[in-house]
Design a protein around this ligand. Structure first.
Ligand code: 5GP
Ligand code: ZN
Length: 114
């Protein structure tokens, strides 16, 4: 755990969040400022800053969770598609330095890229 990391504090239960899925390695929870209904973040429970800092097995668990959650999240909010993305590094828009995948449900005519 990184003491000053928001997502580590969510994993620890020190900051409340709405859990979507959880196992020993991965936590998925609703984004506090959703770009669309159902916007979900998938993170490893262990602190790794970027995808390339994340051990293969942990990154694999995150990807496997994304694989399974994308259709489940789409179904819950009745979205026909979603944008699935990692902002990997500050210059790419990564604001929270704890690796996370976004699932952003998308809708017809919703105005383009999130
Ligand atoms: P980034 O820009 O780093 O790729 O995305 C960070 C995401 O984390 C943003 O979409 C932001 O809304 C979300 N976020 C930031 N702080 C919190 C928080 O305390 N709780 C939750 N649930 N989401 C957060
Ligand atoms: Zn962290």
């Amino acid at each position: 755990m990184s003491e000053d990391c928001i997502f580590c504090q969510i994993v620890a239960g020190d900051i409340p969040s709405r859990t979507v899925y959880e196992d020993d390695t991965v936590l998925a929870f609703l984004d506090a400022n959703p770009l669309s209904p159902g916007h979900t973040l998938v993170i490893p429970k262990a602190h790794h800053e970027r995808l390339n800092d994340t051990p293969d097995d942990v990154a694999g668990a995150v990807m496997s969770t994304l694989h399974d959650l994308v259709p489940a999240v789409e179904a819950v909010v009745d979205a026909p598609a979603s944008t699935v993305a990692f902002n990997n590094g500050e210059a790419a828009g990564q604001e929270v330095p704890h690796v996370h995948g976004h699932i952003v449900p998308r809708f017809e005519d919703d105005g383009g890229r999130p």
